[in-house]
Structures are given as C-alpha cells and as structure tokens.
Design a protein around this ligand. Structure first.
Ligand SMILES: Nc1ncnc2c1ncn2[C@@H]1O[C@H](COP(=O)(O)OP(=O)(O)OP(=O)(O)O)[C@@H](O)[C@H]1O
Length: 254
C-alpha cells in the first residue's frame, strides 16, 4: 500500500520561547489538494517549511511519501538526516512562495531552465524544450524571452510555478501564492493551480482564497495557534464549521 504523501503526527516546532506548532496531525493522500487556512501567526507557513526541510521539527513525526522529514523515525534517539539526503528529498518537493524569487537577470525561459534538473546529464536542448513546455503549461509560451521586470506579478508567479515543476516534484507546496498580487491577476494563477490539481498533482496550499479551497480542495485544514482546530471536506468545513474558532475566522474572511 502506498504511504500518504504527507503524514504528520504530533509535529511540534518552537522558536525560542514561542511554541509555533503544538502537535500537528495531518494526512494528505497522493493526488489530494490540502488547503491550510487560519489567522496570521497560526503556524501555517512554519508547517509548510517543515515539510520542505527548511525548518527542523522539534518533536513528533513527519514524512513525505513515506520518507521521514528532518529526522529518522526509528528508535527513541532522533538522528538528523545527512545533508545529501535532505538535498535529494527536497528535489521531490516544489515550493512556490508569496514572492516570486525569480533571477532578475534571466529571461522567463532561463529561469525555468535553471531549476535543478533531476536527470543527470540532461542535454541543454532537452532542458530548453522541457522549460518551453512548462511555460506553455502556465500560459506563457509567448513570454519566454521576457525578463521578470517585464512581466506582471501574476506572470512572474506563473514562471515561478513552472520553475518549481521543472524539478518534476511529486508534491507542490504553495505559501500564499496570490497574496502579493493585484486582484485582477489572482485568477490566472489560481487557474494554473486548478489545472495542476486536475492533472493529479498533490498540493498543500496555504491560502486565504476560500473559493479556491471550496472548489479545488479535497481537504480544508483550519489552524489556529499552532494546532489543527478542524479539518475535513472543504464543502463541509467552510459551509458548516463545527468549531467556534473556525466560525469566527470564516465570518471575518467570507
Ligand atoms: N524563523 C523564525 N523565528 C522566530 N519566530 C518565527 C520564525 N518563523 C515564524 N515565526 C513566528 O511563528 C509564528 C507563526 O508564523 P507563521 O509564519 O508560521 O504563521 P502563518 O500562520 O503562516 O501566518 P501568516 O498567515 O501571517 O503568514 C509567528 O508568530 C511568527 O512570528
């Protein structure tokens, strides 16, 4: 049987005296879209960063596709993964941030081509063809020669998505991918994400786009103060939240 794509059990993380994650339990099966919702400071980004090895968990268990993240799971002693192993596992995970983080001196095509290429020795021509196909997939085939400064925020974010996809990830993480965009540019980015979901990509998305969570999400997870308050089918969680904290949050954002 396949392991879940993301599995968290009692995941804890603190920064100094601040306990940011207080025991997160969460399972995302392959092919699912999980939307993390919740107020600012509830720990959503920190949890994403833990999944992507950018932060180390302090306790609990976390795995991606059955592989432990940050620590080996067996025994009582926690063993840190070697750097090389971490680097290899991170290549399986694509991450898209609020800010697009493109290389300003490279064209859209070069930005996508510069992503670490998984297949050793991939010819440059092949990488170029793959990058072109990815730009086409995000609706930017006609912009391959443009520099980031010549693209709108929404177009830059779509290049960032194409760049993440160039690693052929099995999991995509999105950290408020549309929050930095002008409202009229949000739809194009969400459409790209929607198509990825339709193609079966497993995704964990931190978002305030409730409509996206409702229409595309398989799982809505409401976090507050470092715990999962409520989770389930987005149609249910968003329409009929069982917890008062979820209701209070939704009444502010809907
Ligand atoms: N590297 C860090 N060092 C110290 N504190 C941190 C660090 N990263 C996050 N925090 C703190 O952890 C808490 C949770 O932050 P996090 O960004 O995970 O929340 P969030 O739910 O994603 O919020 P937002 O919606 O505003 O992005 C915040 O109080 C934040 O200041």
């Amino acid at each position: 049987m396949n392991a879940p794509m993301v599995h968290a059990e009692g995941v804890r993380k603190h920064f100094g005296k601040l306990q940011v994650l207080k025991g997160i339990d969460l399972t995302v099966e392959r092919g699912q879209v999980c939307c993390l919702l919740g107020p600012s400071g509830s720990g959503k980004s920190t949890f994403l960063r833990c999944i992507n090895h950018l932060e180390k968990i302090d306790g609990g268990r976390l795995s991606v596709d059955g592989e432990p993240v940050g620590y080996r799971p067996q025994g009582t002693r926690l063993h840190e993964l070697r750097e090389r192993e971490v680097a290899a596992r991170r290549r399986d995970i694509g991450m898209v941030f609020q800010r697009f983080n493109l290389f300003p001196h490279m064209t859209a095509l070069e930005n996508v081509m510069e992503a670490p290429v998984k297949v050793a020795g991939t010819a440059r021509e092949r990488a170029r063809d793959e990058a072109r196909a990815l730009l086409d997939q995000v609706g930017l085939a006609d912009r391959e020669g443009h520099y980031p400064a010549e693209l709108s925020g929404g177009q830059q974010q779509r290049v960032a998505i194409a760049r993440a996809l160039a690693m052929k990830p099995k999991l995509m993480l999105f950290d408020e991918p549309t929050s930095a965009l002008d409202p009229e540019l949000v739809g194009d980015v969400l459409d790209v994400m929607r198509r990825l979901a339709d193609d079966g990509m497993t995704m964990v998305v931190v978002t305030h786009e409730i409509g996206f969570a409702r229409e595309v999400g398989d799982l809505a997870v409401f976090m507050d103060e470092g715990v999962v308050v409520e989770s389930g089918d987005p149609r249910r969680v968003l329409a009929e939240p069982e917890q008062e904290r979820t209701r209070a949050f939704l009444s502010k954002v809907l």
